[in-house]
Design a protein around this ligand. Structure first.
Ligand SMILES: NC(=O)C1=CN([C@@H]2O[C@H](COP(=O)(O)OP(=O)(O)OC[C@H]3O[C@@H](n4cnc5c(N)ncnc54)[C@H](OP(=O)(O)O)[C@@H]3O)[C@@H](O)[C@H]2O)C=CC1
Ligand SMILES: CC(=O)N[C@@H](CCC(=O)OP(=O)(O)O)C(=O)O
Length: 343
């Protein structure tokens, strides 16, 4: 099956290429880049030398250029994605959008948090939030999948069993989340510069990060009640990896062992979710796994969930390919049999 990538020159773009080149049922058709037209992809990403020798195509004439591709991965920044989606859907393509443009159901909420006008709001209703572990049946039938944000993936999957079973006080949720610098994309800015991030650790977006409404929206669906949370992201001095520490007050009599059992049962058919004793980013680095550990602090009666992913894989491109596999009717693991790099 032919697929193309728009925004293939960025971090999630190269991760899509890395994984798709080992997908037995996929042929990468076109890689689109605004600023690298005509350049060999392997010139920009030299890890592809002698492996993938296509050239980037530009952003013009995509109606013709993409005609043979059934699926399009949009690996572009938010706002850019909504410019492409209407055209692609009208061309009959199926789209997996890695940006935030179609994740928020209510365009007013999107506009408030993203400070952008939504120019394709008529497609919001049909967009499916692409978290396979919770929305698989809808993803199967979708034309447009909104691939989740990396932080939301850790928090939503981290809390889903507790909310589904109504075990926690929904007014007490706090997520303290940390990301590697690649989460900010390829562009080097004053905050992602080596000198700013190396040997440094900082909180940002306190009480204002744009992933807050995305997390709240999906947690509210699970709880069937409106949820608001405290969410604080942090930047840590590593390239890939994300770890969330999520606190909430237990309102049931369950023991830690019973809660761990609940998680194991909830995710028993999920190949990419591992319930573990201790999470660490290295165990999932370069893989599509999310590792989750659940502890009960008996002194405070607080549940502490820790969850770890690779922000570019389960947090973006790996999850996008998991969604693609579901949409295309392939085995969900196809191309994603990836083991975290240790040490
Ligand atoms: N990095 C991560 O961990 C995660 C990223 N995401 C989301 O995935 C998307 C891509 O992120 P990421 O790869 O990190 O970002 P990057 O900045 O690394 O890459 C984005 C690419 O998009 C291209 N681009 C920008 N504007 C346009 C446009 N109008 N048309 C076509 N291409 C364009 C740029 O390439 P060029 O100028 O060559 O066209 C750039 O290389 C974003 O929406 C991001 O929020 C989601 C979860 C995690
Ligand atoms: C470290 C870092 O900067 N991370 C990004 C989030 C990652 C991401 O790309 O999320 P979206 O898909 O929603 O854009 C941020 O905080 O904005």
């Amino acid at each position: 099956m032919k697929v193309s990538i728009v925004g293939g020159s960025g971090y999630t773009g190269i991760e899509l290429i890395r994984i798709l080149l080992n997908h037995p049922k996929v042929e990468i058709d076109k890689i689109v880049s605004e600023s690298n037209k005509g350049k060999k992809v392997s010139e920009l990403f030299q890890n592809l030398k002698n492996i993938f020798e296509k050239e980037f195509i530009g952003v013009s004439n995509l109606e013709v250029e993409l005609k043979d591709s059934e699926y399009i991965f949009l690996a572009v920044p938010h706002k850019a994605a909504m410019e492409y989606v209407p055209m692609l859907l009208k061309m009959g393509k199926k789209v997996i959008d890695l940006s935030a443009d179609f994740r928020i159901d209510d365009f007013e909420v999107y506009e408030q948090w993203y400070k952008e006008n939504h120019v394709a709001k008529e497609y919001l209703e049909e967009a499916v939030y692409g978290l396979p572990e919770l929305n698989r049946e809808k993803i199967k039938k979708a034309r447009l999948v909104a691939n989740p944000g990396c932080y939301p993936t850790t928090v939503i999957l981290g809390l889903a069993p507790l909310l589904s079973e109504k075990l926690i006080d929904i007014n007490t949720i706090i997520s303290d989340s940390k990301s590697g610098v690649s989460g900010a994309g390829k562009k080097c800015t004053a905050t992602t510069h080596f000198s700013e991030t190396n040997e440094n650790f900082k909180a940002y977006g306190i009480a204002s990060h744009r992933h807050t409404p995305e997390i709240e929206q999906e947690l509210s669906k699970l709880a069937k009640k409106d949820i608001i949370i405290s969410f604080t992201p942090h930047l840590i001095p590593m390239t890939r990896g994300m770890l969330s520490t999520i606190y909430s007050n237990l309102i049931s009599e369950q023991t830690e062992e019973e809660i761990v059992e609940l998680y194991k049962t909830f995710y028993k058919n999920e190949k990419f979710v591992r319930i573990v004793e201790v999470v660490q980013t290295k165990n999932v680095r370069g893989s599509n796994f999310i590792d989750i550990a659940v502890k009960l602090d008996k002194r405070t009666n607080r549940i502490i969930v820790t969850s770890a992913i690779d922000n570019i894989t389960k947090g973006a491109s790996g999850q996008a390919i998991q969604n693609f596999n579901i949409m295309a009717g392939f085995n969900e693991m196809e191309g994603l049999n990836l083991i975290g790099y240790l040490p």
